[in-house]
Design a binder for this molecule. Sequence first.
Ligand code: PGA
Length: 228
Amino acid sequence: MIVAANFKMHKTRKETKEYLKELKKIDFNGVKVAVFPPFTALMEDELIGAQNAYPAINGAFTGEIGLEQLNEFNIKRVLIGHSERRHIIGESQEFISKKFDFYKEKGFEIFYCIGEPLEVRKKGIDEVVKYLQNQLVGIDLEYEKLTVAYEPVWAIGTGESASIEKIKETHAEIRKFTTRPVLYGGSVKPDNIKEIINIPNVDGVLIGGASLDVETFKEMIKIAKEIK
Ligand code: PGA
């Protein structure tokens, strides 16, 4: 069972340090925990991963960070393909797959995000599967350090997660593509985490908003521990 926190553009370095200190007061007991803070809060810690990274060691890529900067903090985990980067920043599948290849080649653990927008979901599961397949183009789905995160765009940050039925049917489809762990993300919170992680083919969760409060995040880890 994997429980991951995506801080997005929240928290400072100081706040992240305090968060980790609080978080580590509990025994994870076999639950794998990952925390993705903003770049400015990257630090050497086994829980930490980067929310994004450019596919190069270093170079003329203003506003980006690459392998050299991650190495400084001994970071070996990266999130790639989050819908906010695909849709707000405008990253293409081609670029995303380049990042994947680069960090795979460097032996990173990769949390790879996919998820359809509402207009696609409205067309039904076949269209959803086609959309997700396009987000998997160029990705080695059996990479031994891959974790996939299915995050329907319409459920992210809305407070309303996808229904159990929709998560179930979609994860069953994703399972046909990979044997690696598949997380669900999109408005996961203490109220719904238990039901969600009990769904077949859900191997954990990626949590945005509800991870920002460390006590809430710890509560969710505790629930995951019981189910594991
Ligand atoms: P949310 O975000 O939990 O705030 O919906 C999840 C994510 O985008 O990773």
